[in-house]
Design a protein around this ligand. Structure first.
Ligand code: TXA
Ligand code: MG
Length: 334
């Protein structure tokens, strides 16, 4: 039986011991809950892939406490231009701890399963105090994808983790609902051009401001399963999907006969586009941060309501709106 433990110092110490013993621990971050394992322990990291049903070709993000730790576990000397990467990491320091993951050259201090055998890897410093205390207590880099079965919606509460991964994790640390609610922005620092591989709460503009260089924004649609090689293997066209079919509000007209039992997720307090059994409004004020925070919990709730269709609102794909629409386009992909 999996234990949900409150994020007390005592529980964090026990969770750290489990990680050191090669076990899996789910932990809160400010973005979504992560499924953690010791990133230096190949057998422990392999368990993550097993439990999630994740293709072993899809690399994981490693959580650390500082830029110094990133530099220790990376191998910047293998980069074409190590000094530029070092400089970029320093320039991004005001954004950490926070919802930003960077891709850099990997060292053999991190096991190969983390990078799916590749020679680059992703790092981030999470902002949630429980995640930071866990990193401190175990003194290990923690490999941590979102704590959901592969392809399903990322968890934003401890209960979400319990429901979908339940018995497969040794313990779940409860840090309350995640405040950001969407997975981190993933940005590659490997090439001359800094490139966003997954949009998140940190926008291209924010990155440009700190880096003082051009940042290639995420291009929707370029990373599909047909694009080889994938720039970021996790970004398949269909992802983050509920079991119930999802349609975006502006595509509703393309469905001829609407089924019975429809659920509607609205971004703000305007009227539903069709008759609905359940309606959820994510933010009365239409605030994008609040919409992002509440989105995944609403998708999960409606997915469990035995509906035939979930209709979801849309917004301008700008800034955080781009990250929200990215997740929804994947959730509604055929
Ligand atoms: O907010 C987050 O990032 C959460 C929390 C738990 O930190 N984690 C998360 O991990 O979303 P995951 O595994 O669900 O997503 C990691 C993404 C995937 O799209 C993966 O393909 C990409 O990061 N990624 C990891 N390493 C990479 C690499 N070396 N090159 C390109 N993409 C990489
Ligand atoms: Mg994920």
């Amino acid at each position: 039986m999996t234990m949900i433990l409150p994020g007390t110092d005592q529980a964090i110490t026990s969770a750290a011991e489990l990680l050191k013993a090669g076990k899996l621990v789910a932990f809160p971050t400010e973005t979504v809950y992560g499924l953690g394992a010791d990133a230096t322990n190949e057998a422990a990291v392999r368990k993550i892939f097993e439990v999630k049903g994740r293709p072993t070709t899809n690399p994981l993000i490693v959580h650390v406490r500082s830029i110094e730790e990133m530099e220790h576990y990376a191998d910047l000397a293998r980069a074409k231009d190590p000094e530029t990467i070092r400089h970029r990491l320093r320039a991004l320091s005001p954004l950490w701890p926070g919802p930003l993951s960077v891709i850099v050259p990997k060292s053999n201090r991190i096991c190969n399963a983390v990078s799916a055998g590749g020679d680059t890897m992703a790092f981030r410093i999470p902002r949630h105090p429980v995640a930071l205390k866990l990193l401190e207590a175990c003194q290990l880099p923690i490999a941590g994808p979102s704590a959901n079965p592969s392809m399903y919606i990322s968890p934003t509460t401890a209960e979400h983790v319990e429901k979908s991964l339940g018995s497969a994790v040794e313990c779940i640390l409860d840090g309350g609902p995640c405040v950001v609610g969407l997975e981190s922005t993933v940005v590659s620092l490997i090439d001359d051009v800094v490139r966003i591989l997954r949009p998140g709460a940190i926008s291209a503009d924010e990155l440009r401001k700190h880096l003082g260089c051009n940042v290639e924004d995420f291009k929707p649609g370029v990373m599909t399963s047909d694009t080889k090689p994938l720039l970021s293997p996790g970004l398949l066209a269909k992802h983050y999907s509920p079991t119930t079919p999802v349609v975006l509000r502006d595509r509703l007209a393309s469905i001829g006969n609407l089924p019975s039992r429809i659920g509607v997720i609205l971004f703000n307090d305007h009227s539903a586009p069709c008759e609905a059994l359940i309606t959820r409004v994510l933010s009365d004020a239409g605030n994008l941060e609040e919409i992002a925070t509440n989105l995944f919990a609403a998708l999960r709730e409606l997915d469990e309501a035995n509906l035939n269709l979930i209709v979801v609102d849309t917004c301008e794909p700008v800034g955080l709106g781009a990250a929200i629409m990215d997740r929804l386009i994947r959730a509604s992909a055929p």
